[in-house]
Design a protein. Structure first.
Length: 188
């Protein structure tokens, strides 16, 4: 019986060994599957991580490009603002020049008008003086020599430019008696 018990124990042990071997085999298969899943999952995750890294890198490059554009535009904006400031300064300078020139022009016009008025006044005074002197002279000597043209109705002093074509000497009183009137240019 001891042999039979031993045989039975050996059989039982063999059965247990077979059962355990089957379990080991099963566990090894499961382990292999898990390793494959881990490796495959790991590769897929690595691929996904690489894609994410590439996406991040692309986005970083895009951000850098945008930052460069912002810096460039900021620089251009600064340049344009400087140009605007310079142009406004030039505009103000030119407006001041225009204002100064307008004031100078107005002053010159007023001065010219004043000079013309003074000149007209002097001319009128001189003319009046000449008339007065001539009237006095006329009344004192009553007559002097004037000149008439062949075709005109005025009498002139000797140097009048209207006497270019003809120049006939005549006594002033005689010229007046014949209907001649004094020349407005030379005022004889």
């Amino acid at each position: 019986m001891a042999l039979s018990d031993s045989d039975s124990q050996i059989t039982k042990l063999n059965n247990d060994i077979s059962s355990l071997s089957a379990q080991i085999e099963e566990l090894n298969n499961e382990n292999e599957e898990l390793k494959n899943k881990v490796n495959n999952g790991s590769q897929e995750e690595k691929k996904e991580i690489e894609e994410l890294k590439k996406s991040i890198s692309d986005k970083d490059a895009h951000i850098k490009s945008i930052e460069e554009q912002v810096n460039k535009l900021t620089s251009e904006k600064s340049e344009l603002e400087k140009q605007i400031t310079d142009l406004n300064s030039q505009k103000q300078s030119l407006e001041k020049q225009v204002t100064d020139l307008s004031a100078a022009k107005q002053s010159a016009a007023q001065q010219a008008a004043s000079t013309a008025s003074t000149q007209t006044s002097k001319t009128a005074t001189a003319f009046q003086s000449k008339k007065t002197v001539r009237s006095e002279s006329s009344s004192q000597s009553n007559s002097y020599t004037v000149y008439i043209t062949n075709t005109g109705e005025k009498y002139h002093s000797g140097g009048c430019s209207y006497l270019r074509k003809s120049k006939n000497a005549i006594d002033k009183n005689s010229a007046i008696a014949r209907g001649y009137t004094p020349c407005s240019r030379c005022n004889p």
